[in-house]
Design a protein around this ligand. Sequence first.
Ligand code: PLP
Length: 442
Amino acid sequence: MSDRMNATPNDMRAFWMPFTANRQFKKEPRLFVGAKDMYYTTHDGRTVLDGTAGLWCVNAGHCRPKITEAIRQQAGELDYAPAFQLGHPKAFELANRLIDIAPEGMGHVLYTNSGSESVETALKVALAYQRVKGQGSRTRLIGRERGYHGVNFGGISVGGIVANRKMFGTLLTGVDHMPHTHNLAKNAFTRGMPEHGGDLATELERIVTLHDASTIAAVIVEPVAGSTGVLIPPKGYLQKLREICTKHGILLIFDEVITGFGRLGAPFAAQYFDVKPDIITTAKGLTNGVIPMGAVFVTNEIHDAFMTGPEHMIEFFHGYTYSGNPIASAAALGTLDTYREEGLLTRAAELAGYWEDALHSLKDCPNVIDIRNIGLIGAIELEPIAGEPTKRAFSAFLKAYEKGLLIRTTGDIIALSPPLIIEKAQIDELFTKLRDVLMNNI
Ligand SMILES: Cc1ncc(COP(=O)(O)O)c(C=O)c1O
């Protein structure tokens, strides 16, 4: 008998879940059935404090009225408009609103439907830009060890998380990687940006010397590496990367899928660190995670380089059926309204000190080997159980969920990134629950 004939409405077998221990989950399912502001409601009627803004995306908190209403209205007014050679007003309005909050000179936006697609789009823009500028030999892309740039082929090629790469063949050719900046021996328990490791940016010089600048199109990094377990850039590191890229005519791409839209206390990490990339990738917080959408910001210089040739010709052969989808655009506009009205794009800066103190108060818990933070991001690195990597953190995740707290784990690292609406009392609640978990962890 086929699986389909066996299926009942509550049957969980058909859905092959993403980045999930499917067999474990289906034995003990964890389902959310509702959410409001800082809390989820589970299928068994419990309340769970959202310590991770969903997957780093629900920056304004859950079920916010402006966003919900914008979607409802748009769905009844214009559900879809073709994205190629046609348009609709909200996609243009949104692009204007986005460049208003972007770093100076990033005057153009391409839409996508996810962070992974934003990365592919950015890499393609970079390669094509070098070519239209008459530098077609610049085809190499440089990423970084432990980088996460989504799950598509370009993204896993420049990415540096081994488990995400090793099953998928030889990936893109002509890619190289800088070393990651994590250094527990020198930087453990640093508050904010680490002192040691800024000079690792000069590894890019070594790579340039190896391949020659004339073969390199772009460097892509997360300003703060998130998915690998929160690696905060050492002091001076990003500035140095920028200098080296400029010196060699290499484009610098900041993957701000996590850091975009207020996570650090400024609209973008580029502003927070005062380092200007040539391209910024975003998604997640753009629509508060509610509707899939991403956006890639490019400088005027990049955009203008394509605007040549006969006017009836398509300038860049790239795009998605859903680029700038009306309902996604409406959701993003509702999100930007919410961010503006509640000052959420800078709120992390106000809370960062309180957050940092509360997070570092867990230093005395058993098995904690590092705590790090920046903006409204925190990470707690645990000593792995000998011979069973990831198990300690995963068991903390399960215990936290039982106690009414959502945390995220990667390897043996706990990552925290609550909605930017979090109140101090909720920060206290989060760390009280987490202390309880860590004190009784295996
Ligand atoms: C820095 C970064 N880039 C890209 C992505 C991929 O985004 P998505 O899952 O929307 O494809 C993520 C997701 O976490 C991310 O953190």
